[in-house]
Design a protein around this ligand. Structure first.
Ligand SMILES: [Mn+2]
Length: 270
């Protein structure tokens, strides 16, 4: 049971009940926000679960607490120990209280715009909105799990100095995370993933030119399928979009050493 024109919080609360709870075969129904089905108390029938409406156990509108949302109340009961879910719901709760740190304009298309679009497509059929959004939350959850794995792998990173600034190298089954590296102050980062895909990338506002390294790689690692992006800040050997015909034979350490050979000193910090 949710409210008409379901919003992100209401939809995620339902998604958690369906995917992590026992509501896999639940019938969905919708009432005007604040109300309950047939006007009864929200929690009177254990087979009818109200989220984000009705003032029951999964409605946060009775509390003045910006750390609570319907999704968070459901999460605490249904799947309290899932770290990826916790991160996803944290973001939902911030958005539900309009506490998102990034200005709305920063993202030209936002998950709330996607939900608004579905509510425009199906103004009298909120169940359709739920059905279309469930797979999106599955994908979001998958993404959060990957990000948690990357954060764990980032702890084992290598740091080195380059003429342009800090370099960070990391390897994991998922590869690396430019976001983590740049947030940590790197100008340049190198990675290797579980498929043997490798790459070097530099911050878009940097003056890094990877062409000399590319020239060296063509000589030392001649068989491999290295590709220099025209902007000269990305040097790749295999991506999910373009698997390499011939993967690199180099280790990540050897690649970092090559950056040193063309660009200056490498200092191992880790
Ligand atoms: Mn809410």
């Amino acid at each position: 049971m949710g409210h008409l024109a379901p919003d992100l919080d209401c939809l995620v609360a339902m998604w958690i009940l369906i995917r992590f709870g026992e509501a896999t075969q639940a019938d969905l129904a919708f009432v005007p926000a604040g109300r309950t089905l047939d006007g009864h108390h929200a929690d009177i029938d254990p087979h009818i679960i109200h989220v984000d409406t009705g003032g029951g156990q999964f409605d946060h509108h009775q509390y003045v607490d910006t750390s609570l949302s319907a999704a968070e109340l459901v999460r605490r009961v249904v799947a309290p120990d899932d770290p990826a879910l916790q991160r996803l719901v944290q973001y939902v709760t911030r958005l539900d209280h309009a506490l998102s740190t990034a200005p709305r304009e920063a993202a030209f298309f936002h998950i709330n715009d996607l939900i608004a679009g579905y509510n425009e497509l199906f103004p009298t059929d909120p169940q359709q909105v739920v059905e279309r959004m469930l797979p999106n939350f599955d994908a979001w959850y998958q993404h959060e799990q990957r990000h948690l794995r990357l954060e764990q792998a980032f702890v084992q990173r290598m740091e080195f100095s380059t003429p342009w600034g800090l370099g960070i190298a990391m390897q994991s089954d998922d590869g690396g995370s430019s976001r983590l590296a740049y947030r940590h102050g790197a100008v340049l980062y190198a990675y290797r993933d579980g498929q043997g895909n490798m790459g070097i990338a530099a911050q878009s506002r940097s003056a890094v030119n990877l062409e000399p390294i590319y020239v060296d790689l063509k000589r030392v690692d001649a068989e491999a399928d290295w590709y220099l992006h025209p902007n000269r800040r990305m040097l790749l050997c295999g991506t999910a979009k373009a698997p390499p015909r011939q993967p690199s034979q180099l280790t990540l350490e050897e690649l970092v050493q090559m950056i040193a050979n063309t660009g200056g000193a490498v200092r191992w910090l880790h």
